[in-house]
Structure formats: C-alpha cells, structure tokens
Design a protein. Structure first.
Length: 336
C-alpha cells in the first residue's frame, strides 16, 4: 500500500477472510470498499486487477478463480507451495486470456535494475559470475506463520535473489544447494543457505545467505556483485541495513570499455522495500495496456520456482539437480 500510494495507483477495494484486518487497512489507506467475500470482489466490474497478499497455500485456488472471472492478477511469491499448483495457475491464466504476474519485486530494486542496464549496455562483456552474499540478523520467526515452514529460506527469501540473478544472467541448467539451521533457532526450516548455479558456458552464480549473524550491524553485509570479462558491478541491498527502516541501495561499476582506471559510483534512489513494489504492479499494468506478457509473468516465474524446488531436491539428495528434472516433473520433490 505505501508503494501504491507513491505510484498514485487506484486501489478499488480490499478483501480478507479476517474482515477486521481488511477494514483497518482500508481505513489506514483510504480504500473505498471492503468486500464481504471473494466472490463479491470478483463480481465487481470496477476491479480489473486482483493483487494477492495471501499465504502461498491458498493462492492457487484464489488465482484460478480470479482467472475464471476474467481478472488480471499480481500473485505473491512463492507462487505456490508445490510446483504443479504453480503450473495450474499459469495454465488457468493462459486459458482465460488474463495477464498474470508475480510479485518478485527485487528485479525493480534500484541496485538490480541499474545492474541490468549496465549489463544490457555490454559494459561487463561476457557474463561470468553473479554473487549475492547476505549475512544479517533478521529473525524469520517474527513472521509467526514462517515458524513451522519446513521449507523456509530458499522458498521465502532467496527466491528473490534467485529471481534477480535469472533476470540478469538468464536461466541456469544445473543447481547445487545446501541448507542448515542455527543451533536453538525458533524456526523449523533452514536459515543458512548456499546455492550454486551453473549456466550454459562459463557463467556461474552463487547465493549465500545467513540470517543468524551473531555480531553487530558493523559486521553484517547484504551485497551483490556481477562480473564479466570486461567489467564488474558491485553494491549493497539497502533494505537489509538499519532494518526495518533500511537505507538506499549503493552501487559502483567498472568497465574496461569505458575507462580502465575508473570506478563509477552513481547515487541510487529508493530501496527494495517498498519502492520496488511499484515496479511489479507497474509492469503488469503496462503489459495489460500494451497487450503483451509482463516480464514477471507467472509463466516466467515457473523457472524461478524450478530453482527453488530444485534446491530442496538437491539438499535432500545431496547432488546437483538439472532444472529439467523439476520442469518435467520426473522426480517428486521431497520436503516441498
Ligand atoms: N514480495 C515480497 O517481498 C513479500 C513480502 C512479504 C510477504 N510476501 C508474501 O506474502 C504472503 C503473505 O505474507 P504476510 O506476511 O503478508 O502474511 P500475513 O499472515 O500477515 O497476511 C496474510 C493475510 O491473508 C489473509 N488470508 C488468508 N487466507 C485468505 C483467503 N483465503 N482469502 C483472503 N484472505 C486470506 C489472512 O487473514 C491475512 O490477513 C506470503 O506468501 C509471503 O511470502 C511477499
């Protein structure tokens, strides 16, 4: 809602199974209507786009219903808790001819968006290495519903890093993942992870996340670094510093194609939270207007999910996983 307010978007109405929560949010943000049921929302012709912010386990059913009612939609990440449910959403939207996107807003965080521009201009040359490294203290148990999730970090957090790296480097062929806990942690699922991605050719990706940092903020980091034969981009993800207030993203880049002796450090404006949420919804609205698929379409998101579910398969069987294994459904994903 803060992002939509910044973007001047017209929020027609709101629905939650918990009516009091919906009413409180409506009052806080001046939303005109609180629907009594989801059917009532779907029956309102003023609603052209449904924006879901519900638990992943209920999303497939709601999304399929919304598609049948002819509503375009922005779904939350993760799109579904099971790969086949995510495919079901993609198929229902294609069949109904509605545009459907996923709220993987990190693609629109200032640091990642700027990196994309730099890469597109060819300033890094041939892409070789994408690294996102995070070592922070952020208690997943603060989101009470996350406490009992057996699949935690990849599914709910690194999914953003996975999607951001796919946005910049394309799709890996293989991944290899490992996850662990911190002694005495409140959550059931993994809170320390490593993900290695192998792209066609020489490009590789690495995501490392530890959410249990034991010292102060002076020693924590949330960084990204993208390297090629001709250049490097490096920066920080401001939302994970000075949490929850955050700070603006930072970025520096170097390119032999521009100057062999100089690092450029432009000032970026905005953060992953909340500014980037204007990007996901904005892209969907533009795609509807321009009658094209959104860049963050549910169909595209299936590939991000193949990496997430592949990561759990890799962890449970301690082996590299080809994304094709998940896509073809040849292997049942354990633990997901
Ligand atoms: N893109 C992001 O960065 C981002 C950030 C936060 C949360 N999320 C995602 O959003 C989802 C919700 O997370 P949250 O922290 O807001 O959870 P939450 O529990 O605070 O809110 C979920 C809301 O959904 C309502 N709800 C449950 N079932 C419903 C149904 N059938 N119909 C209507 N409403 C229903 C609940 O009453 C609750 O108000 C999660 O999947 C999470 O991954 C994404």
């Amino acid at each position: 809602m803060p992002a939509y307010r910044m973007g001047g978007l017209n929020v027609v109405g709101i629905y939650d199974v918990n009516r009091e929560k919906a009413a409180a949010l409506a009052a806080k943000f001046g939303i005109g209507k609180v629907y009594g049921s989801f059917d009532e929302l779907l029956a309102d012709p003023a609603v052209r786009v449904a924006d879901f912010a519900v638990p992943a386990k209920v999303q497939p059913q709601l999304a399929v219903q919304a598609a049948a009612a002819g509503k375009h939609m922005l779904c939350q990440k993760p799109l579904a808790e099971h790969y086949e449910d995510a495919v079901r959403i993609a198929e229902a939207c294609a069949e109904a001819g509605v545009k459907a996107a996923v709220n993987q807003q990190m693609r629109w965080s200032p640091g990642i968006r700027a990196s994309h521009t730099i890469i597109r201009r060819g300033w890094l040359g041939e892409l070789l290495q994408a690294t996102i490294a995070v070592n922070v203290k952020q208690e997943f148990a603060n989101w009470t519903w996350l406490r009992d999730m057996p699949t935690l970090e990849f599914m709910y957090h690194s999914i953003h890093y996975i999607d951001a790296i796919r946005f910049l480097f394309g799709d890996p062929e293989y991944i290899y993942a490992d996850g662990a806990r911190f002694p005495g942690q409140q959550c059931v699922g993994e809170t320390r992870t490593l993900l290695h991605m192998r792209f066609p050719g020489e490009a590789r990706g690495l995501i490392h996340d530890n959410h249990n940092h034991i010292a102060g903020e002076d020693d924590w980091y949330a960084t990204f670094r993208f390297e090629g034969t001709e250049g490097i981009v490096k920066g920080t993800n401001g939302s994970l510093y000075n949490y929850p207030t955050g700070r603006e993203d930072t970025l520096s880049y170097y390119s032999k194609r521009i100057d062999p002796d100089y690092w450029f450090t432009p000032r970026l404006h905005g953060k992953w939270f909340p500014h980037a949420f204007m990007g996901t919804m904005g892209e969907l609205l533009r795609a509807i207007e321009e009658e094209r698929e959104p860049e963050n379409s549910v169909a595209d998101n299936l590939k991000t999910l193949q990496i997430v579910f592949g990561a759990y398969l890799s962890m449970s069987e301690n082996r590299p996983v080809a994304l094709q294994e998940i896509a073809s459904g040849a292997v049942a994903v354990k633990g997901a």
